[in-house]
Design a binder for this molecule. Structure first.
Ligand code: XLS
Ligand code: NI
Ligand code: NI
Length: 437
């Protein structure tokens, strides 16, 4: 046991003061027609939870993630599997997400790295079969190693491009072997620092080709899940090509990749792009591309990806409102989030997940109430009611022309002001639902 002092986390309800209990996440409670756990397929992010020790630009690890083994060894890789499964079981988390190099130490020779991946994935599969825990998605880390300094698909080096291809091929093999529902491309260094050394069109074409080859290969080995792009506007690069959902969707359509890909929307990436989390979820949903979510939150005072555990219930509520309206996710809610550097103990790892799971459960309950209440939806429907009949209905049906609309406008004199937006009234409905039962 890696967490001997931590029990299986029970649901104790909102009045509990037990730090090791859920206050809102009640896995089997039926909300909007199905159990909470089906609305909220939570996933553990291997990298933050089992690998990252709180290092920042100014200091080394504060948390010990050795799990009793020497780092950089296969023994350590296995200890992480054991600790990870114990952790997920204690929290009732049914999925995990991983990068290739999260699960094994990378060797100098990719053939050896791949052999290690075969070995560890056998071990993970055994654990999956014992526990029923599943893989949400896999990915290849093509941003940490110095060879990827100029990107993977966007690199100027054809040799590095081939290396990226090899990593994607293997990561797909392992994802399929573990029955992963998705495969993610986060274009961490797919972008540029200066146009003085960069051919943007060339780089974007190369990225698209790499994705096309990945789709072709994935389908050939039986991968039936979704590929995802995870948009992020910047960090580590100044300009990243997958700036936000709208940009990534346009890219996928331009290169004919839109049938195989959906979005993996990360809250903190949306806010870095100058949007709300809800905005990027909505843009994905209306394009039929809301696939999966990286559940975290940023800090409005800081300009980078702080990857905090989500606790802002306004945001989780509006997220769950989008998810319910979209009919759910094909993916899940991956906690791409880390403890703050001074929260370095094993208990803190559990507190963090309890916080995040409760924040989304509460968001789900509140979002279901907003929909059931109906005032927001009926206000929106009413706001566009001028399109329900007459000239408005003709506009919606595409059965008119600029000439007809101009003639209509000329016959009308000046139009009345559009109805009030009533934003403050609507915001008070949200507060009422959030804080009054
Ligand atoms: C980094 C990203 C990364 C992806 C997976 O900002 O969020 O963690 O989710 O490569
Ligand atoms: Ni992420
Ligand atoms: Ni991120």
């Amino acid at each position: 046991m890696y967490f001997p002092n931590i029990p299986v986390i029970p649901y104790e309800g909102p009045n509990s003061t037990n730090p090791l209990a859920f206050k809102f996440y009640d896995a089997d409670r039926i909300v909007a027609g199905k159990p909470m756990k089906e609305h909220l397929p939570f996933a553990m992010a291997w990298w933050h939870n089992l690998c990252a020790g709180g290092t920042d630009m100014f200091g080394r690890d504060t948390a010990d993630k050795s799990f009793g083994a020497e780092k950089g060894t296969m023994e350590h890789a296995k200890a992480k599997v054991d600790a990870g499964f114990e952790f997920m079981q204690k929290l009732g988390i049914e999925y995990f997400c991983f990068h290739d190099v999260d699960i094994v130490p990378e060797a100098d020779d990719i053939k050896e790295t791949n052999r290690r991946l075969d070995e560890i994935s056998d071990y993970i599969l055994e654990k999956m079969n014992q526990t029923g825990i599943k893989c949400l998605w896999g990915t290849a880390n093509m941003f940490s190693n110095p060879r990827f300094m100029n990107g993977a698909g966007s690199t100027n080096s054809a040799d590095v491009y081939c290396f990226a291809a090899a990593q994607i091929k293997k990561a797909l093999d392992i994802t399929v072997k573990l029955g992963g529902k998705g495969y993610v491309f986060w274009g961490g260094r797919e972008g540029y620092e200066t146009l003085l050394n960069t051919d943007v069109k060339f780089e974007q074409e190369n990225i698209a080709n790499l994705m096309k080859m990945a789709v072709k290969y994935g389908r050939s080995i039986g991968f039936t899940g979704d590929f995802y792009i995870e948009p992020k506007p910047k960090e580590p690069m100044k300009h990243q090509y997958d700036f936000d959902a709208a940009t990534a969707i346009g890219f996928l359509r331009q290169y004919g990749l839109d049938k195989d890909f959906k979005m993996n929307i990360e809250a903190n990436h949306a806010t870095l792009a100058g949007h709300t989390f809800q905005h990027d979820l909505r843009i994905s949903a209306i394009n039929g591309m809301l696939g999966s979510i990286d559940a975290n939150q940023g800090d409005y005072l800081l300009g980078w990806d702080t990857d905090e555990f989500p606790f802002n219930v306004y945001e989780t509520t509006m997220c769950m409102y989008e998810v319910l309206k979209a009919g759910g996710l094909t993916g899940g809610f991956n906690f791409d989030a880390k403890n703050r550097r001074p929260s370095y103990t094993m208990e803190d790892m559990f507190h963090a997940y309890i916080l995040g799971m409760d924040a989304f459960a509460l968001g789900l309950l509140k979002a279901a109430r907003i929909i059931e209440d109906g005032r927001i939806d009926s206000f929106i429907a009413d706001r566009y009611s001028s399109y329900n009949s007459g000239i408005g209905a003709k506009i919606r049906a595409g059965e008119t022309s600029l000439e007809e609309l101009a003639a209509y406008a000329e016959s009308m004199g000046a139009p009345a002001l559009p109805g009030s937006g009533r934003q403050e009234y609507l915001e008070s409905i949200i507060n009422n639902i959030l804080f009054c039962g």
